[in-house]
Design a protein around this ligand. Structure first.
Ligand code: GUN
Length: 293
């Protein structure tokens, strides 16, 4: 069945555009640079940062990774961020979440300069999103989902959208992006979460479902209206004795059963994941462009 929304292919289009912009910057002496900061040895964070480093290199963005031990203090991390904020050669700073519990993510994300905040987590950028001010940086995963919908010609204005999950990284900004005024937005958005009554009923009315709830295969076939678009943001590790290492990754959507009912659907992997990285690199090149107009 070919109703897949191919995030890999669409991310390659974005990489081609980003590569052009990097080339234009370099031709006028600007070398776009992104610095990753990772604290501790969380295996998933290592994989994510590794993928972001390799993709940066592919589009010509210089990157550097600072690794701090799990025991690093909040002050040590803040000192590194201040140094990177003051370094004119650094255009983007990304502190990989989650951070150890003794470090406040709120404090860390508020310390990265808004104009270097390519993750879109600084309160100034969050506020600009809420105000519909397009000069801010959008968080990469919801921006990537938005781009997937646009480039797949899914009609957004007037659509009934259900966002499953209310997190600061995906759910909340996703809802804000899709509800704001504009030709590629203006949806009617419902956010569902753990206290929502009748999530299945909400989902069945949706033209577009964005699943970012963090529960393996939560979206079942009987929750999806025939022809609806289903976007799976989830990454969940589940036990599977037959799999290598005794576990495997699944999304928030029961893909095998939902695919025949959905109009369009993202595979997972190969849907949203590559788009998150593409948007990060697009944000970085934009930060570099804005730093030297
Ligand atoms: N952890 C999970 N998602 C993200 C993200 O988009 N950015 C950062 N920095 N950390 C994350």
């Amino acid at each position: 069945m070919d109703n897949l929304i191919d995030g890999r292919a669409i991310s390659e289009q974005l990489h081609a555009e980003t590569t052009q912009r990097v080339f234009a910057l370099k031709s006028r002496g600007v070398e776009p640079k992104l610095v990753f900061v990772r604290v501790g040895e969380d295996p998933a964070s290592k994989v994510y940062v590794g993928m972001k480093e390799r993709t940066s290199a592919r589009v010509g963005i210089v990157s550097e990774t600072r690794v701090l031990p799990e025991t690093a203090t909040e002050d040590e991390l803040l000192a590194i961020l201040r140094e990177l904020n003051n370094d004119q050669s650094v255009h983007g700073i990304l502190v990989q979440a989650p951070l150890p519990k003794h470090i406040s993510e709120t404090k860390i994300f508020s310390t990265v300069l808004p104009q270097k905040d390519v993750d879109g987590f600084h309160p100034v950028n969050v506020g600009k999103l809420m105000l519909g001010d397009i000069t801010g940086f959008l968080p990469c995963t919801p921006a990537g989902v938005h781009e997937l919908l646009i480039r797949s010609q899914i009609k957004i204005p007037g659509a009934e959208v259900v966002v499953l999950g209310r997190g600061n990284i995906v759910g909340k900004p996703m809802a804000a992006i899709l509800m704001q005024k504009g030709k590629n937005a203006s949806a009617t958005v419902t956010i569902c979460h753990s206290q929502t009554r009748d999530i299945a009923g909400h989902c069945r009315r949706a033209d577009i479902i964005v699943a970012a709830i963090g529960v393996a295969e939560f979206v079942k076939a009987d929750m999806v209206k025939p022809g609806a678009t289903v976007i799976d943001v989830g990454v969940n590790r589940i036990a599977d004795p037959a799999a290598k290492g005794g576990s495997r990754l699944v999304g928030d959507v029961d893909f095998a059963r939902v695919q025949p009912i959905a109009g369009r659907i993202t595979p997972n992997p190969g849907g949203v994941g590559p788009m998150t990285i593409a948007m990060l690199l697009q944000n970085t090149v934009r930060a570099a462009e804005l730093s030297s107009p």
